[in-house]
Ligand binder design. Structure first.
Ligand SMILES: Cc1cc2nc3c(=O)[nH]c(=O)nc-3n(C[C@H](O)[C@H](O)[C@H](O)COP(=O)(O)O)c2cc1C
Length: 259
């Protein structure tokens, strides 16, 4: 019971850490984290993910170049894991069974979505393992933004999609817990209840206030703007975003999504 309580405490107190003291993780500790990660459930035992640890300092430098403005975080993190959705290995495994397998077809929406789901679960388990050992962590989304560049850098074969970087390191900051939607907006009893507009507005205000108190945008993104303005700028659909998204869509259609 005592152990259960302390794990709950760890979960409830978790927040992303983006300032690390410069350190490097011993290989056996990184292995321990991945061993815990792969205990996550996975669709049909297929483990539709792959994890690549960055062990080469030159490679780390190349990654820093692709993650604009995050050099310090990348260079200081004790370990950087590239998390990929992987349909290559499962397709090869199923081929060995000698049946007309779905991953060799042009229609595998379930396997595509669950590859991302499997990768998310393994990431969550790794985050918690890192926390238990005493490390902090954050996720960077740049592999999803530049899949071709990351695929080339890590020599990923077709069917393997780079999703995120999980950066794990020795904590160099102690940020506050970030806001979450009120539980009754995400957790329902028996049937879905759509949030009222006032509830959503209140939460948006709370989010903006909390980010302002933390000076989040200036501190982590290096911009002098309000968080809600930043949120808007990051989600504005314009020609530039369309061009980036067209390239991502092409990559995903070739390597992950077959609908
Ligand atoms: C899919 C995904 C991508 C993310 N990408 C980034 C990122 O590129 N940069 C970053 O600073 N944080 C990133 N994060 C972390 C979130 O910003 C963070 O979880 C959120 O602000 C809530 O803060 P907390 O984790 O401290 O509670 C990402 C998280 C997820 C799940």
């Amino acid at each position: 019971m005592l152990r259960r309580r302390s794990l709950l405490k760890l979960l409830r107190g978790r927040r992303s850490i983006q300032v690390f003291k410069r350190a490097r993780m011993p290989d056996d500790v990184a292995r321990l984290i991945v061993e815990a990660g792969v205990r996550a459930p996975s669709y049909l035992h297929l483990q539709e993910y792959s994890i690549v640890i960055v062990a080469d300092e030159n490679l780390r430098g190349e990654i820093a170049k692709l993650c604009e403005g995050r050099d310090e975080l990348i260079m200081n993190a004790a370990a950087i894991f590239l998390i990929c959705a992987d349909l290559n290995r499962p397709a090869r495994m199923l081929s060995l069974l000698g049946h007309p397998n779905v991953l060799r077809s042009n229609k595998h929406p379930v396997e595509s979505v669950f590859a991302v789901f499997d990768a998310g679960l393994v990431t969550a388990f790794m985050i918690m393992a890192a926390e238990i050992i005493g490390y902090g962590s954050t996720i960077l989304y740049h592999p999803m933004l530049y899949p071709s560049e990351f695929a080339k850098l890590f020599q990923l074969p077709p069917g393997v999609t780079p999703l995120i970087l999980l950066c794990v390191g020795e904590r160099g900051e102690s940020p506050p817990l970030r806001p979450r939607l009120p539980l009754d907006l995400v957790f329902f009893r028996n049937s879905y209840r759509e949030a009222g507009e006032e509830d959503l507005k209140r939460y948006i205000r709370e989010l903006g206030d909390a980010m302002r108190r933390e000076d989040y945008v200036r501190k982590y993104i290096g911009l002098n703007m309000d968080y809600l303005e930043y949120l808007k700028s990051a989600t504005t659909f314009n020609d530039e975003l369309k061009k980036t998204y067209d390239a991502i869509e092409k990559f995903l259609k070739e390597n992950l999504m077959r609908f």
